[in-house]
Ligand binder design. Structure first.
Ligand code: IMP
Ligand code: MG
Length: 174
């Protein structure tokens, strides 16, 4: 069994996501944004973020998996489920749960930039900069910078468990 301690409470997450939504609404005033949710971890964050954006929003989903070792992403990403709609001319914001090594995002942003979006930005709820191995990932909208610990909740899982926790917790193996 694992023991989980609270790192970010539901109230802290709510307040931060509200702020992020307001910033996005200001930055794109008079336009619309197209949110791309990276399944499955980012689903909870994307829903809450979308609710806090006051300009027109459309959403799409993408599922990727990295080849090789499952605990350390390899950087070679396989698209399991692609987007339903083209990105041409859209203000695209990729929505992620957490950026760890950055390999997944680095690959994904490269792929999406070739689909002629009007603009392409990145929003992440959590960032673990200590773990970064790529240098070409710029976070435009960042929730929380967290230490190098394995976290769960708010969409993030440990072996598919704990996604439904309404807070972010640190996993302690017992
Ligand atoms: P990377 O940035 O390519 O290393 O991969 C990031 C992905 O690894 C995230 O989208 C998560 O799915 C997963 N991940 C990284 N750190 C954690 C964590 O602390 N808890 C749960 N999943 C994590
Ligand atoms: Mg993920």
């Amino acid at each position: 069994m694992e023991n989980i301690t609270v790192l970010l409470s539901e109230e802290e997450l709510d307040a931060k996501i509200k702020e992020m939504g307001e910033r996005i609404s200001r930055d794109y005033a008079g336009e619309s944004v197209h949110l791309i949710c990276v399944l499955k971890g980012a689903t909870f964050f994307m829903c809450e973020l979308a609710k806090r954006i006051s300009i027109p929003v459309s959403i799409d989903f993408m599922s990727v998996s990295s080849y090789g070792d499952s605990t350390e992403s390899s950087g070679v990403v396989k698209i399991i489920k692609d987007l339903d709609k083209p990105l041409e001319g859209k203000n695209v914001i990729v929505v992620e749960d957490i950026i760890d090594t950055g390999r997944t995002l680095s690959y994904l942003l490269k792929v999406l930039s070739h689909r002629s979006p009007k603009s392409l930005k990145l929003a992440t709820l959590l960032d673990k900069p200590d773990r970064r191995v790529v240098s070409d990932v710029t976070v435009d909208y960042e929730g929380f910078v967290i230490p190098d610990e394995f976290v769960v909740g708010y969409g993030l899982d440990y072996a598919e468990k704990y996604r439904n926790l309404p807070y972010i917790g640190v996993v302690h193996l017992q």
